[in-house]
Ligand binder design. Sequence first.
Ligand code: SF4
Length: 191
Amino acid sequence: KVEGAISLDQIDTLAKRSMPLCMSNLHSHLRSAHHLKHGGRRQYGLFLKDIGLSMEDSLNFWRAEFTQMMTLDKFSKSYAYSIRHNYGKEGRRVESRAFSCVRIITANAPGPADHHGCPFRHFSPEKLAHTLTAKGVGGAGLKEILNLIAGHHYQIACTRYFELTHPDAETVQPIEHPNAFFTQSEAYWRA
Ligand code: SF4
């Protein structure tokens, strides 16, 4: 994606419409608590970069939330660096890439105060069912997804979630990366 392909005024709509559950969960928590711990900042920050949010917009986005909970000085000293670092503007000056599903599912499991990870892997079945119901997935579709996660088929469950929330999508590519979920969803809604 080209840097600047998406802008800040679109982000709430995009979170609702086209982000996979792992990212819409981080977005909601950031909007309501005005903070995310390190794992969440990294998972969501890199995703936003790779869907095309510019570094400037990214800094504005995180600053606007975090400064509801801390001073601007604290944000600038403790958090702005890592955002610039994601874009390859600090440290070794290497741009980092957004995490794949396998990485999110298998590495760095979230602790109780964390919001990163994969909801299909890391939420309890009750919490996942609640989240899916809020997204309009119920009945047989919900049952099917809960059966898939009981069998540890997390990415297949996510692909099924995509199909259920994008009715009549022509061919759905199996979900292997949150950014591919997003791109596939945007292509659907813009068609
Ligand atoms: Fe995100 Fe991948 Fe989990 Fe789907 S399977 S919620 S895209 S980590």
